[in-house]
Write a protein that binds this ligand. Structure first.
Ligand SMILES: [Zn+2]
Length: 294
């Protein structure tokens, strides 16, 4: 049976993979019309199989976010038959209403990236897609239920600000993002989420709060009337990462039972109806560049 779920993760998730958290077979990089993807792993768990793609490569932080080939990665997963993508993402909290180590199933985002290709359809008049809901409601619902079942501390809403990086934000930028309504800050979800929609895939992100965004002070968050020690903060972030395998396994169980519907699989239907794209997505990027059925 085709594997329908993939997890795109960062360095922390990849470190867990190579430490043996999953039984994984390395399929390697996949060729795509947009260049080679990052290596993909086929992972086995007692509740089913899923693919794992390490966004930043296999040797530490080999690729910074600006240089990740997002199009190749998303295309490669689609080519393997993936329908549902979970993006596992470390964030920094702009809002202190989130706790360090807490999970957040984000539901909106602000794109502050500057140097990334944002579409598969460059200059082809295609891709004027509505971006609400920003993330797939079906995968979000399954993630939320998974976190409930696993008794994790989480928030089911959050506004993610995607910045270019790799540098961290300045204090003034943190204040600006807060003014915009941004609540969490990271470097990973754009353009992945938008590219996934262009290939009619379901995509949602499970974020966790690793630390707070820069505020230009040495302020420490308080809990129970005293400053939270750095070691406690680090231990909580580490614990959030270490639960990845359990959460992924449970998610495989929960997703097929989710009764929240979505329209992700028909996102490009207006273009298909107009004959601008063929019914088979693989023809969309044919060497003739047309992708037209007419
Ligand atoms: Zn969906």
């Amino acid at each position: 049976m085709a594997i329908s779920v993939a997890c795109v993760g960062g360095r922390a998730a990849y470190d867990l993979l190579i430490a043996g958290a999953f039984v994984a077979e390395r399929l390697g990089s996949q060729p795509t019309p947009f260049g080679p993807s990052q290596p993909i792993f086929r992972c086995k768990s007692p509740r089913g199989e899923f693919y794992f793609l390490s966004r930043h490569g296999e040797r530490g932080y080999e690729l910074t976010p600006s240089y990740v080939n997002y199009r190749a990665n998303v295309y490669a997963l689609k080519g393997l038959g993936v329908r549902n993508v979970i993006s596992w993402s470390e964030t920094r909290g702009i809002s202190h209403n989130f706790k360090i180590g807490q999970y957040v199933v984000v539901d909106d985002l602000i794109d502050e990236t500057r140097n990334r290709p944002t579409t598969f359809f460059e200059n082809r008049g295609i891709g004027h897609l509505r971006t609400w809901p920003v993330f797939c409601p079906s995968v979000r619902a399954a993630l939320t239920e998974t976190l409930q079942v696993e008794e994790c501390e989480f928030e089911s809403h959050g506004v993610y600000v995607c910045v270019e990086g790799p540098r961290h934000e300045t204090p003034a930028e943190t204040r600006k993002y807060a003014e915009y309504g941004g609540e969490l800050l990271g470097q990973a979800l754009v353009p992945e989420v938008f590219l996934a929609r262009e290939l009619q895939m379901c995509y949602a992100s499970l974020c966790y709060v690793a630390r707070y965004a820069e505020d230009g002070t040495n302020y420490r968050p308080f809990e129970d009337g005293r400053a939270l020690p750095v070691e406690v903060e680090q231990a909580r972030a580490r614990a959030a990462v270490e639960r990845i395998p359990r959460i992924l396994e449970r998610f495989l169980d929960v997703l097929p039972r989710t009764n929240v519907s979505c329209a992700c699989e028909t996102a490009m239907s207006p273009h298909i109806a107009l004959g601008e794209l063929g019914p088979d997505w693989r023809t969309w990027f044919a060497p003739d560049g047309g992708g037209k059925t007419a």
